[in-house]
Write a protein that binds this ligand. Structure first.
Ligand SMILES: C[S@@+](CC[C@H](N)C(=O)[O-])C[C@H]1O[C@@H](n2cnc3c(N)ncnc32)[C@H](O)[C@@H]1O
Length: 321
């Protein structure tokens, strides 16, 4: 029997009963419409504000060498597919709790179902780039998740992280809560906290990254995004429109979590929020944080790491039996 994560409670875990598996991620799977569309709108926002990758990483991928990339919580797979198209010499491995909505995978896009709260399944020093975007709603221990990402990175490889700041704001620093009371819902952040998740990962991203050992050359940027198409700037207008569309879906995405949390009328509150966003004069904005960092150490000959992997595998086999 198919399960509708937008309208049904999924047993102990609020939303997730997909393909017979149950887990603690609190939003619907990326392959469920309209969650797919919401994630793809937000993908465009990230891309137009920060690019799929920073220029430094683009230069690294353009040097002709075969490069291995891990996309942690790859969602719809849109980022991975665009990367493969732009850089045909790369291999992207996407991991997620559920399949992306892709029927035919290009040969250089590998996908694996894996719960990354249990750590990464890969050997140390496996990937040249590890990409993490907007997965905090599934990570009760964001620090350990990052530590695992650094472990599987090759020395001098790149860690790329982006996370949303869940607090709407006004550009002039005015009180967004007074102007947009329905959009500024505390209860959503409280519901995440109730599930041992940190809604402030985006706001504290620099701190999270600084606390992971083994990284260097850390650069953190905050990007400002309009929540509606109020700007005359063509890019800001577009990303404002994408955000407004994503917001029109977000109410459905989080409703079961809010019901679980004890909110009596999440639909009514959200509908009021959507109405608020129709008034472009308020100029609401949101931010996301973006980090590029490198793993300490020199980039060696990849065959060195293959030897290391072999040694590690042999050691594990010996330990097991
Ligand atoms: C908000 S979506 C973002 C998807 C994609 N990274 C993007 O930026 O478009 C979060 C993704 O993280 C995945 N996720 C959440 N918890 C996870 C876990 N424990 N292990 C693996 N993937 C997880 C979800 O299934 C979902 O696809």
């Amino acid at each position: 029997m198919s399960f509708d994560p937008f309208n049904e409670l999924g047993g102990g875990s609020a939303l997730r009963l997909d393909d017979g598996q149950q887990d603690d991620y609190c939003l619907p799977v990326a392959s469920h419409s309209p969650e797919t569309e919401r994630l793809d709108y937000i993908h465009d926002v990230y891309k137009y504000h920060a690019g799929n990758i920073p220029a430094e990483v683009a230069a690294f991928l353009n040097n002709g060498a075969r490069r291995e990339i891990l996309d942690v919580g790859c969602g719809t797979g849109k980022w991975a597919l665009e990367m493969i198209e732009a850089y045909p010499n790369i291999i992207v491995t996407g991991v997620d709790l559920a399949h992306p909505p892709i029927t035919v995978f290009p040969e250089n896009f590998k996908f694996e179902i894996h719960d990354v709260t249990k750590g990464q399944e890969y050997a140390d020093n496996t990937f040249d780039v590890v990409h993490v975007r907007d997965i905090h709603a599934g990570m009760p221990d964001y620090h350990t998740m990052l530590t695992e990402c650094v472990r599987v990175l090759r020395p001098s490889g790149y860690l790329l992280v982006k996370e949303i700041e869940w607090i709407p704001r006004l550009p002039n620093g005015g009180n967004a809560e007074e102007r947009f009371p329905a959009i500024c819902q505390e209860s959503f952040r409280d519901a995440l906290i109730e599930r041992s998740l940190d809604p402030m990962v985006g706001i504290h991203l620099a701190e999270y990254i600084n606390n992971v050992s083994g990284l260097c050359d850390i650069k953190h940027t905050r990007h400002m995004v309009p929540m509606t198409p109020w700007s005359d700037d063509p890019i800001l207008k577009y990303t404002g429109r994408m955000t407004q569309l994503a917001m029109s879906i977000l109410g459905g995405t989080i409703r079961i979590m809010l019901l679980d949390h004890g909110e009596s009328d999440p639909d009514g509150r959200y509908a009021a929020g959507i109405e608020e966003l129709k008034d472009l004069s308020g100029e609401p904005i949101w931010f996301f944080g973006s980090v590029i960092a490198r793993k300490q150490g020199e980039l060696g000959d990849p065959s060195e790491f293959q030897d290391q992997d072999q040694d590690q595998m042999e050691e594990r086999q010996e330990d097991e039996g």
